[in-house]
Design a protein around this ligand. Sequence first.
Ligand code: NDP
Length: 289
Amino acid sequence: MTQHFIVIGNPIAHSKSPEIHQVFAAQAGIDISYQRQYCPDDTASFGAVVEAFFNGGGVGANVTVPFKQLAYALCESKGGLSEHARVAGAVNTLLLKSDESQKDHLQKINALYGDNTDGQGLVNHIISLGWPLAQARVAIIGAGGAARGVILPLIQAGIGQLTIANRTLNKAEVLVEELSAASDAINKHAIETCATTELTGQFDLIINATSIGLSDDTLPIADDLNCHYAYDMMYGRALPFLQHFAARGAQTSDGYGMLIGQAALSFERWTAHTIDVVKATEILKQASK
Ligand code: NDP
Protein backbone atom coordinates (compact mmCIF):
# COMPACT_ATOMS: atom_id res chain seq x y z
CA MET A 1 0.00 0.00 0.00
CA THR A 2 1.33 3.44 -0.93
CA GLN A 3 2.18 5.67 2.05
CA HIS A 4 1.66 9.41 1.53
CA PHE A 5 4.05 12.22 2.53
CA ILE A 6 4.37 15.94 1.74
CA VAL A 7 6.72 18.85 2.30
CA ILE A 8 4.91 22.11 3.07
CA GLY A 9 6.55 25.41 2.19
CA ASN A 10 6.32 28.74 0.38
CA PRO A 11 8.03 28.80 -2.05
CA ILE A 12 8.25 25.03 -2.50
CA ALA A 13 9.03 24.32 -6.18
CA HIS A 14 12.80 24.17 -5.44
CA SER A 15 12.49 21.52 -2.70
CA LYS A 16 14.66 18.43 -3.23
CA SER A 17 12.74 16.44 -0.61
CA PRO A 18 10.59 14.36 -3.00
CA GLU A 19 13.66 13.00 -4.85
CA ILE A 20 15.52 12.37 -1.58
CA HIS A 21 12.65 10.46 0.01
CA GLN A 22 12.11 8.34 -3.12
CA VAL A 23 15.73 7.20 -2.85
CA PHE A 24 15.12 6.31 0.81
CA ALA A 25 11.90 4.44 -0.09
CA ALA A 26 13.73 2.42 -2.77
CA GLN A 27 16.40 1.54 -0.20
CA ALA A 28 13.74 0.54 2.37
CA GLY A 29 11.73 -1.38 -0.24
CA ILE A 30 8.48 0.46 0.39
CA ASP A 31 6.07 2.31 -1.88
CA ILE A 32 5.59 6.00 -1.13
CA SER A 33 4.16 9.13 -2.69
CA TYR A 34 5.99 12.32 -1.61
CA GLN A 35 4.64 15.64 -2.95
CA ARG A 36 5.57 19.31 -2.69
CA GLN A 37 2.70 21.17 -1.00
CA TYR A 38 2.47 24.93 -1.56
CA CYS A 39 0.69 26.80 1.23
CA PRO A 40 -0.30 30.48 1.53
CA ASP A 41 1.80 32.17 4.20
CA ASP A 42 -0.77 32.47 7.01
CA THR A 43 -1.64 30.52 10.14
CA ALA A 44 -5.14 29.45 9.08
CA SER A 45 -3.98 28.09 5.72
CA PHE A 46 -1.13 26.16 7.31
CA GLY A 47 -3.46 24.59 9.90
CA ALA A 48 -5.96 23.67 7.18
CA VAL A 49 -3.28 22.05 4.97
CA VAL A 50 -1.94 19.96 7.87
CA GLU A 51 -5.42 18.89 8.97
CA ALA A 52 -6.57 17.97 5.46
CA PHE A 53 -3.39 15.97 4.84
CA PHE A 54 -3.56 13.88 8.00
CA ASN A 55 -7.36 13.48 7.86
CA GLY A 56 -6.87 12.15 4.34
CA GLY A 57 -4.60 9.37 5.62
CA GLY A 58 -1.21 11.08 5.19
CA VAL A 59 1.59 9.47 7.20
CA GLY A 60 4.11 12.28 7.59
CA ALA A 61 4.91 15.85 6.54
CA ASN A 62 8.08 17.88 6.37
CA VAL A 63 7.83 21.59 7.06
CA THR A 64 10.15 24.17 5.57
CA VAL A 65 10.48 27.97 5.29
CA PRO A 66 8.46 29.92 6.46
CA PHE A 67 6.34 27.47 8.47
CA LYS A 68 8.68 25.83 11.00
CA GLN A 69 7.62 28.14 13.84
CA LEU A 70 3.92 27.83 12.91
CA ALA A 71 4.26 24.03 12.96
CA TYR A 72 5.82 24.34 16.39
CA ALA A 73 2.89 26.43 17.65
CA LEU A 74 0.37 23.97 16.18
CA CYS A 75 2.00 20.99 17.89
CA GLU A 76 2.38 22.91 21.13
CA SER A 77 -1.35 23.70 21.21
CA LYS A 78 -2.75 20.49 19.70
CA GLY A 79 -0.26 17.72 20.29
CA GLY A 80 3.28 17.09 21.39
CA LEU A 81 6.87 18.08 20.69
CA SER A 82 10.18 16.24 20.83
CA GLU A 83 12.91 17.75 23.01
CA HIS A 84 14.85 18.87 19.93
CA ALA A 85 11.76 20.63 18.52
CA ARG A 86 10.93 22.23 21.87
CA VAL A 87 14.43 23.62 22.36
CA ALA A 88 14.75 24.68 18.70
CA GLY A 89 11.35 26.40 18.85
CA ALA A 90 10.74 24.99 15.38
CA VAL A 91 9.36 21.81 13.79
CA ASN A 92 10.49 20.30 10.47
CA THR A 93 8.80 16.88 10.85
CA LEU A 94 5.12 16.18 11.55
CA LEU A 95 3.51 12.84 12.30
CA LEU A 96 0.56 11.45 14.20
CA LYS A 97 1.28 9.80 17.48
CA SER A 98 -1.03 8.10 19.91
CA ASP A 99 -1.59 10.26 22.96
CA GLU A 100 -2.55 8.05 25.89
CA SER A 101 -3.47 11.08 27.99
CA GLN A 102 -6.52 11.66 25.76
CA LYS A 103 -9.71 9.92 26.91
CA ASP A 104 -11.41 10.11 23.53
CA HIS A 105 -10.32 7.26 21.19
CA LEU A 106 -9.99 9.41 18.08
CA GLN A 107 -8.00 12.05 19.92
CA LYS A 108 -5.85 9.25 21.29
CA ILE A 109 -4.64 8.12 17.88
CA ASN A 110 -4.64 11.54 16.25
CA ALA A 111 -2.33 13.71 18.34
CA LEU A 112 -0.09 15.75 16.08
CA TYR A 113 3.57 15.37 17.02
CA GLY A 114 6.38 17.66 15.95
CA ASP A 115 10.07 16.85 15.79
CA ASN A 116 13.10 18.79 14.57
CA THR A 117 15.70 16.65 12.82
CA ASP A 118 17.86 19.48 11.38
CA GLY A 119 20.39 19.60 14.21
CA GLN A 120 20.80 15.85 14.56
CA GLY A 121 21.08 15.68 10.76
CA LEU A 122 24.09 18.02 10.99
CA VAL A 123 25.65 16.05 13.85
CA ASN A 124 25.18 12.74 12.00
CA HIS A 125 26.77 14.21 8.89
CA ILE A 126 29.78 15.51 10.83
CA ILE A 127 30.21 12.10 12.47
CA SER A 128 29.99 10.38 9.06
CA LEU A 129 32.78 12.68 7.82
CA GLY A 130 34.94 11.34 10.65
CA TRP A 131 35.29 14.76 12.28
CA PRO A 132 35.70 14.39 16.06
CA LEU A 133 33.06 16.10 18.21
CA ALA A 134 34.00 14.80 21.67
CA GLN A 135 35.49 17.72 23.65
CA ALA A 136 35.74 19.75 20.42
CA ARG A 137 36.12 23.53 20.57
CA VAL A 138 33.28 24.70 18.35
CA ALA A 139 32.28 28.12 17.02
CA ILE A 140 28.93 28.74 15.34
CA ILE A 141 28.56 31.87 13.23
CA GLY A 142 24.92 32.95 13.11
CA ALA A 143 22.14 33.10 15.68
CA GLY A 144 19.01 32.48 13.60
CA GLY A 145 16.78 29.43 13.33
CA ALA A 146 19.44 27.12 11.93
CA ALA A 147 21.92 27.91 14.73
CA ARG A 148 19.20 27.50 17.36
CA GLY A 149 18.37 24.01 16.06
CA VAL A 150 21.90 22.60 16.14
CA ILE A 151 23.10 23.72 19.57
CA LEU A 152 21.40 21.05 21.73
CA PRO A 153 22.37 18.16 19.40
CA LEU A 154 25.99 19.42 19.35
CA ILE A 155 26.09 19.63 23.14
CA GLN A 156 24.55 16.15 23.39
CA ALA A 157 27.27 14.93 21.00
CA GLY A 158 29.82 15.90 23.67
CA ILE A 159 31.49 19.06 22.38
CA GLY A 160 33.77 20.67 24.94
CA GLN A 161 33.46 24.37 24.27
CA LEU A 162 31.00 26.55 22.35
CA THR A 163 31.21 30.12 21.06
CA ILE A 164 28.32 31.75 19.19
CA ALA A 165 29.27 34.70 16.99
CA ASN A 166 26.70 36.85 15.27
CA ARG A 167 26.59 40.08 13.25
CA THR A 168 24.05 41.37 15.78
CA LEU A 169 25.66 40.42 19.11
CA ASN A 170 22.46 40.94 21.11
CA LYS A 171 20.70 38.20 19.14
CA ALA A 172 23.41 35.70 20.11
CA GLU A 173 23.08 36.71 23.77
CA VAL A 174 19.28 36.37 23.69
CA LEU A 175 19.61 33.00 21.96
CA VAL A 176 21.88 31.65 24.71
CA GLU A 177 19.49 32.92 27.44
CA GLU A 178 16.51 31.31 25.74
CA LEU A 179 18.23 27.99 25.10
CA SER A 180 19.51 27.66 28.63
CA ALA A 181 15.99 28.41 29.94
CA ALA A 182 14.60 25.71 27.60
CA SER A 183 17.01 22.88 28.43
CA ASP A 184 18.93 21.77 31.52
CA ALA A 185 21.58 20.42 29.15
CA ILE A 186 22.48 23.96 28.06
CA ASN A 187 24.50 26.03 30.54
CA LYS A 188 24.54 29.70 29.53
CA HIS A 189 27.70 30.32 31.56
CA ALA A 190 29.58 27.74 29.47
CA ILE A 191 28.74 29.40 26.12
CA GLU A 192 30.67 32.43 24.92
CA THR A 193 29.13 35.01 22.60
CA CYS A 194 30.77 37.66 20.45
CA ALA A 195 30.24 39.79 17.36
CA THR A 196 31.25 37.97 14.16
CA THR A 197 34.03 40.49 13.55
CA GLU A 198 35.45 39.70 17.03
CA LEU A 199 35.64 35.93 16.52
CA THR A 200 39.34 35.04 16.75
CA GLY A 201 41.61 32.18 17.83
CA GLN A 202 41.88 28.46 17.18
CA PHE A 203 38.83 26.17 17.01
CA ASP A 204 38.45 22.53 16.10
CA LEU A 205 35.24 23.19 14.16
CA ILE A 206 33.65 26.38 12.82
CA ILE A 207 30.09 26.19 11.48
CA ASN A 208 28.66 28.88 9.25
CA ALA A 209 24.95 29.02 10.14
CA THR A 210 24.30 32.41 8.56
CA SER A 211 22.20 33.02 5.48
CA ILE A 212 24.99 35.12 3.94
CA GLY A 213 25.42 32.58 1.13
CA LEU A 214 22.02 33.67 -0.20
CA SER A 215 23.40 37.18 -0.81
CA ASP A 216 26.48 38.67 -2.47
CA ASP A 217 27.89 39.78 0.90
CA THR A 218 31.07 38.25 2.30
CA LEU A 219 31.38 37.10 5.88
CA PRO A 220 34.04 39.08 7.77
CA ILE A 221 36.65 36.56 8.95
CA ALA A 222 39.43 37.74 11.28
CA ASP A 223 42.96 36.98 10.11
CA ASP A 224 43.79 35.05 13.26
CA LEU A 225 40.69 32.83 13.14
CA ASN A 226 41.64 29.22 12.41
CA CYS A 227 40.11 25.75 12.53
CA HIS A 228 40.74 22.12 11.62
CA TYR A 229 37.23 21.66 10.19
CA ALA A 230 34.90 24.20 8.55
CA TYR A 231 31.24 23.45 7.83
CA ASP A 232 28.84 25.65 5.88
CA MET A 233 25.13 24.82 6.22
CA MET A 234 24.55 26.22 2.74
CA TYR A 235 24.97 23.96 -0.29
CA GLY A 236 24.66 24.05 -4.06
CA ARG A 237 26.96 27.00 -4.77
CA ALA A 238 30.55 28.19 -4.30
CA LEU A 239 31.04 29.10 -0.65
CA PRO A 240 33.78 31.69 0.11
CA PHE A 241 33.66 30.70 3.81
CA LEU A 242 34.80 27.16 2.93
CA GLN A 243 37.29 28.36 0.32
CA HIS A 244 38.91 30.62 2.96
CA PHE A 245 39.50 27.79 5.45
CA ALA A 246 40.39 25.19 2.80
CA ALA A 247 43.18 27.53 1.66
CA ARG A 248 44.48 27.43 5.26
CA GLY A 249 44.53 23.62 5.33
CA ALA A 250 41.20 22.88 7.01
CA GLN A 251 38.90 20.05 5.96
CA THR A 252 35.61 21.47 4.71
CA SER A 253 32.05 20.46 3.93
CA ASP A 254 28.92 22.15 2.69
CA GLY A 255 25.47 21.40 4.12
CA TYR A 256 24.24 18.93 1.52
CA GLY A 257 24.89 16.01 3.86
CA MET A 258 22.94 17.82 6.59
CA LEU A 259 20.00 18.09 4.20
CA ILE A 260 20.10 14.35 3.52
CA GLY A 261 20.73 13.61 7.20
CA GLN A 262 17.70 15.52 8.46
CA ALA A 263 15.53 13.94 5.75
CA ALA A 264 16.73 10.43 6.71
CA LEU A 265 15.80 11.03 10.34
CA SER A 266 12.30 12.20 9.30
CA PHE A 267 11.92 9.08 7.15
CA GLU A 268 13.04 6.90 10.04
CA ARG A 269 10.53 8.54 12.43
CA TRP A 270 7.70 7.92 9.95
CA THR A 271 8.49 4.44 8.68
CA ALA A 272 10.83 2.87 11.28
CA HIS A 273 13.22 2.00 8.40
CA THR A 274 16.87 2.94 9.02
CA ILE A 275 18.55 4.63 6.07
CA ASP A 276 22.14 4.16 4.91
CA VAL A 277 22.72 7.90 4.42
CA VAL A 278 26.14 7.54 2.78
CA LYS A 279 24.74 5.22 0.09
CA ALA A 280 21.66 7.41 -0.42
CA THR A 281 23.89 10.51 -0.78
CA GLU A 282 26.02 8.78 -3.43
CA ILE A 283 22.92 7.89 -5.46
CA LEU A 284 21.53 11.45 -5.17
CA LYS A 285 24.87 13.01 -6.18
CA GLN A 286 25.09 10.72 -9.23
CA ALA A 287 21.51 11.57 -10.21
CA SER A 288 22.16 15.32 -10.04
CA LYS A 289 25.23 15.18 -12.37
P1 NDP B 1 17.80 33.15 9.74
O1 NDP B 1 17.24 34.17 8.85
O2 NDP B 1 17.01 32.65 10.90
O3 NDP B 1 19.20 33.69 10.36
C1 NDP B 1 20.14 34.28 9.51
C2 NDP B 1 21.47 34.46 10.25
O4 NDP B 1 22.43 34.90 9.29
C3 NDP B 1 21.44 35.51 11.35
O5 NDP B 1 22.31 35.13 12.38
C4 NDP B 1 21.96 36.76 10.63
O6 NDP B 1 22.58 37.71 11.48
C5 NDP B 1 23.01 36.14 9.73
N1 NDP B 1 23.28 36.97 8.56
C6 NDP B 1 22.45 37.20 7.52
N2 NDP B 1 23.03 38.02 6.62
C7 NDP B 1 24.27 38.31 7.11
C8 NDP B 1 25.35 39.11 6.67
N3 NDP B 1 25.28 39.79 5.50
N4 NDP B 1 26.47 39.17 7.41
C9 NDP B 1 26.56 38.48 8.57
N5 NDP B 1 25.56 37.71 9.08
C10 NDP B 1 24.44 37.63 8.34
O7 NDP B 1 18.24 31.93 8.79
P2 NDP B 1 18.38 30.39 9.19
O8 NDP B 1 19.07 30.32 10.48
O9 NDP B 1 17.06 29.73 9.04
O10 NDP B 1 19.27 29.79 8.00
C11 NDP B 1 20.66 30.04 7.93
C12 NDP B 1 21.28 29.21 6.82
O11 NDP B 1 21.27 27.83 7.13
C13 NDP B 1 20.60 29.38 5.46
O12 NDP B 1 21.58 29.58 4.51
C14 NDP B 1 19.92 28.04 5.23
O13 NDP B 1 19.86 27.71 3.86
C15 NDP B 1 20.85 27.09 5.99
N6 NDP B 1 20.18 25.85 6.42
C16 NDP B 1 20.62 24.66 5.89
C17 NDP B 1 20.03 23.48 6.25
C18 NDP B 1 20.52 22.21 5.65
O14 NDP B 1 19.83 21.18 5.77
N7 NDP B 1 21.69 22.19 5.05
C19 NDP B 1 18.90 23.43 7.21
C20 NDP B 1 18.53 24.73 7.73
C21 NDP B 1 19.16 25.90 7.32
P3 NDP B 1 21.73 38.87 12.21
O15 NDP B 1 21.11 38.22 13.43
O16 NDP B 1 22.72 39.90 12.54
O17 NDP B 1 20.67 39.33 11.22
